[in-house]
Write a protein that binds this ligand. Structure first.
Ligand code: ATP
Ligand code: NAG
Ligand code: NAG
Ligand code: NAG
Ligand code: NAG
Ligand code: NAG
Length: 488
């Protein structure tokens, strides 16, 4: 009897399982068909481009059609990549949410969670984060609190939810539970982890690792570990040498160009401020990406594609191609990068011969007449000219009769320093030069200058640092420096 019952029971079970299997298969088929249809729908749309009415219109439209086709092919690959990316994000959010709500099916060991599948280049895990020493509070924004610490001898930044921050406080005041509010804020950090890793590059803050909560009682809450940077504030920017500001301007131009052509689409930044960037060893990197998207806005009529700027009295129209405002995000980013960085950092203190090309760049940023690609080309031209010394506009006859005597392996440490305009240091007249002839020219133009010490210190662009001196007596031995003495 019992056996029979069991047999009947397993029969029912078996039927149930069959039912579930069929349901799963049907579901997958449905998803596949759905995806196929979506891709197919856009392929269809590509072929459905209206050839236009008149002959002349037809000719004009042919170029448009090619352009449209390119836009669409690009959009298809981007669409697929973005789908994978969103999938990854959703999965991570699910894992975290279910862990926090105690319905975890992943167990308490995070290594059981298939993170490696998603983040193969992750360097740090939760246990490593516990091992970070010298944790000190640094800064906080709306959602996050940022700490610095040391991991295996290297400085790192740790970002976590600021439980006393605006985001969580406002959410709790609005009547949600502490946990729900925490999860909401934590999701922003998770999005940031995924986005930063997805767009990883030279000018993107590097994520070294992260920890997602394993259960609601876990005292290891959401944390992401990145390289440590410095805040980018206005005073710091204005106090930089022109050369270092040139680097910042080059980097922000690289960043907006990079953002305009990620594999997921053209990136938008809804909250473009200097605080979203950090400086790491003189390199500007995009750091805060929780308020970003990867799609240009949709449009029905042309006016939907007007890019307007609340802070300026002008707007520009981008083209509406197949219900997308092409280049909309890029225009906004160019405008913001100009306003927050380039237009006030680049002209001030620039070498006179570079002024004309700098004006072009500033105009391009101001009236949005150039794409980020064109701006980047000009910036690279400026940097090349500065690096190679061609901005000095020298003729061959310029330097046949040097009025300086040279003392090799000589230095004047701490002696005869004076202050000068555009110096890299407050206490001395320290500047970077292309070569000793440029240093001579600078010295010749300074009444106080009696000579200079040429060092082997190289700046980011490969120029040499020199210290100008208002006297030259009693030189000391230094294998790495050369003293040039002005002959009046
Ligand atoms: N890697 C880093 N190294 C050093 N400082 C950093 C780093 N990342 C962020 N900061 C600093 O911490 C501050 C807050 O960080 P972040 O902008 O990520 O937080 P948030 O809560 O998203 O702020 P926001 O209000 O800008 O959205 C930043 O303004 C920045 O100066
Ligand atoms: C953490 O630090 C301890 C002691 O310093 C060390 O024994 C342990 O191996 C470290 N753990 C990891 C994951 O590095
Ligand atoms: C804005 O621009 C328009 C046309 O360019 C001009 O007529 C108007 O006076 C400007 N307004 C302000 C506040 O500058
Ligand atoms: C550079 O020198 C050339 C020839 O000497 C001159 O025509 C040109 O205007 C100079 N350029 C600048 C920016 O001074
Ligand atoms: C050099 O400059 C410093 C600082 O301005 C000044 O104190 C010093 O007297 C000057 N020395 C000579 C030799 O002019
Ligand atoms: C910092 O930048 C300088 C010059 O750009 C470079 O030589 C140096 O290796 C960098 N340091 C690190 C730690 O990346």
């Amino acid at each position: 009897m019992f056996w029979k019952f069991k047999r009947r029971w397993s029969g029912v079970m078996w039927k149930n399982q069959l039912f579930y299997f069929s349901a799963v298969i049907v579901f997958f088929l449905f998803v596949n068909v759905f995806l196929f249809q979506r891709n197919f729908a856009s392929l269809e749309a590509e072929n459905n481009v209206d050839p236009g009415g008149t002959i002349s219109k037809l000719n004009y439209d042919r170029a448009e059609v090619t352009k449209t086709r390119q836009v669409f092919q690009e959009r298809n690959t981007r669409h697929n990549l973005r789908y994978m990316f969103e999938n990854k994000l959703r999965k991570l959010l699910d894992i975290m949410e279910s862990n926090l709500e105690h319905t975890a099916t992943y167990g308490s060991n995070e290594n059981e969670i298939p993170f490696e599948k998603y983040f193969s280049d992750r360097l740090l895990y939760c246990d490593d984060i516990l091992n970070i020493t010298d944790m000190t509070y640094m800064a906080s924004g709306w959602t996050k609190a940022v700490y610095k610490g040391t991991f295996k001898g290297s400085p790192v930044a740790i970002k976590t939810v600021d439980v006393k921050g605006q985001e969580v406080t406002t959410c709790v005041e609005a009547g949600s539970s502490q946990t729900a509010c925490y999860i909401k804020a934590a999701k922003k950090i998770v999005k940031e982890i995924v986005v930063l890793q997805a767009i990883a590059g030279e000018n993107i803050l590097k994520v070294l690792g992260f920890c997602l909560p394993r259960n609601a009682d876990d005292n290891l809450w959401v944390a992401m570990v990145t390289e440590l940077g410095e805040a980018v504030d206005l005073i710091k920017l204005l106090q930089m040498s022109w050369e270092d500001r040139l680097k910042v301007c080059l980097d922000i131009t690289k960043i907006i160009n990079y953002m305009s052509k990620t594999s997921y689409g053209s990136m938008s930044m809804n909250d473009f401020r200097r605080q979203q960037f950090v400086l790491i060893n003189g390199t500007l990197k995009l750091s805060d990406v929780d308020d970003t998207g990867f799609e240009d806005p949709s449009c029905v009529v042309k006016a939907d594609c007007d890019v307007t700027f609340s802070s300026a009295n002008f707007s520009q129209r981008t083209r509406c191609i197949h219900n997308k405002c092409v280049d909309y995000n890029e225009k906004r980013n160019v405008y913001n990068a100009g306003r927050h960085f380039v237009t006030f950092l680049l002209p001030h203190g620039a070498p006179p011969n570079l002024q004309p090309i700098i004006e072009k760049v500033v105009d391009g940023y101001n009236d949005l007449t150039m794409t980020s690609q064109q701006l980047l080309k000009l910036m690279n031209d400026i940097v090349t000219s500065y690096k190679t010394g061609s901005y000095l506009n020298r003729t061959k006859s310029d330097h046949d009769h040097s009025k300086y005597s040279v003392l090799h392996e000589s230095d004047l440490p701490g002696l005869y320093d004076y202050r000068c305009r555009l110096s890299l240091s407050i206490a001395s007249c320290t500047i970077s030069v292309y070569d000793e002839h440029e240093a001579e020219d600078v010295c010749n133009n300074e009444e106080q200058c009696e000579g200079f010490v040429m060092t082997k210190h190289i700046t980011w662009s490969g120029r040499r640092l020199v210290h100008l001196k208002n006297g030259t007596g009693k030189p000391a031995y230094n294998a790495d420096t050369t003293l040039y003495i002005r002959q009046r």
